[in-house]
Write a protein that binds this ligand. Sequence first.
Ligand code: F6P
Length: 543
Amino acid sequence: MTTQPLPQRPAWDALTAHYRDASSWHLRELFSDDPNRGRRFTSEAAGLYFDYSKNLITDDTMSLLDQLALESKVEERRDAMFAGKHLNVTEDRPVLHVALRMPKNSSLVVDGVDVVAQVHQVLERMSVFAELVRCGQWRGHTDQPIKNVVNIGIGGSDLGPVMAFEALRHFSQRELTFRFVSNVDATDFVESVRDLNPEETLFIISSKTFSTLETLTNATSARQWLVASLGEAAVAKHFVAVSTNAEKVAAFGIDVTNMFGFWDWVGGRYSMDSAIGLSTMLAVGPENFYEMLEGFHEMDRHFCTAPVRQNLPMLMGLLACWNNNFLGYPTVAVMPYDQYLHRLPAYLQQLTMESNGKHVTEDGQRVTYLTGPVYWGEPGTNGQHSFYQLLHQGTTVVPVDFIGFARSLNPLGAHHDILMSNVFAQAQALAFGRTAEELRAAGVDEGVVAARVMDGNRPSNVLLAKVLSPRLLGSLIALYEHSVFVQGTLWGIDSFDQWGVELGKQLAVEITPELDPKSTEKLAHDSSTNALIEQYRFLKKNG
Ligand code: F6P
């Protein structure tokens, strides 16, 4: 699919010219000029109401962004992804996380195989296993039912499972304890298992490649921990694997009948709804897991069918490009006003930045424009008492995605209305600020007027839904996945590889044996790395 380089697309030039006007706008005026703006710049799908009216946009901006989507062939590329074309060009693979949530009665034949049938075979095996564990029929080596589930994985094999477990904790089986070990720092493993009884503990080793050093190191320690109290024969009942690599799973010593597979066309950061979600299914049960898949699929269908101006992922992706490339805002903050979503920002960091933190286009040309913004965030209202000062009065403008719900899963007194009033108030304060005149009219002492002025004109989106359910979670994650896709398509990059993480891994493997204080090998790195290693050896020896 050929498109002109981004800076040569006519809409790019038109947007550059349009930006010169935008730099003199203020949201205060845009709202006072159009009393209906707060209703007009909204759209709704899959239970998510999306208010993007507090972005620095006009109808002309939206038409030009629409035009940019057209010239960038976003819809054609979306259709190619859903048809199983090899969009991951540097690894020559299809990009088919959308097949993970296609209904059982559908089919998608890719490279001669019906991938939907494959997906549902695994889902059915996962469901049987999850039910056995949840109802206590899956017994450990000493005939004890499983009470603790420890997922060992990292990156996409951890962040999705943790985020989904926390997000859906309300729906989880409380008799089961869940732990997630990712960091190669032994503290993570040791603290996670210190109060667990091996007889009642099941490890899920989650790794797409089954070659990730952190995961294999933790899995080896888990195995030693279990074998030390129950013996080698216990491994079969206490270890299952989730992977695409049966050979390596077997080589590690896990019976492949206890392995749940997925495929190389699922990117790690797009895998929480594959077998990588086994811990999620164990926690919330197959029914809720299927409901989550339906939510994903509903957003997929919306993405495929809605016109650009009503299409949530298109709108979100196009606005992210407008804020990043034209207004020059280098980060995006995601603020879920729901404690259950407290790991969502960490999850989105991988989804967005491992996908779009790229400096060359698909055909290897250096980009001449900004790509993936930095995503970060914290749950509300905690962030308000920490970094919101900078959001309101700092010299860096940070577009914010606010996420909130009409109903709490834990209704208690006035908590929820207080929480949600903060969503609306923060978005309002960011957009409209407070002028010197308003402050003076309110009787503020002249000496502090300047310090208290808030310029406003700071963009935000608000996503509002009824309640956080498994279905809604699926739709929300699919929204962000597809928004990332739209942004990557505009920038002409491969959002599905991650070559940038390789060099650091290789260097660490070379350095590990050099850290032995007894090593006499001459260090041959740069002078800083050499000195750091020598200092480390010295501290270790004399510590
Ligand atoms: O190092 C990055 C990465 O490859 C991620 O893309 C991936 O999610 C993570 O490591 C874990 O990989 P695996 O599931 O193969 O262990």
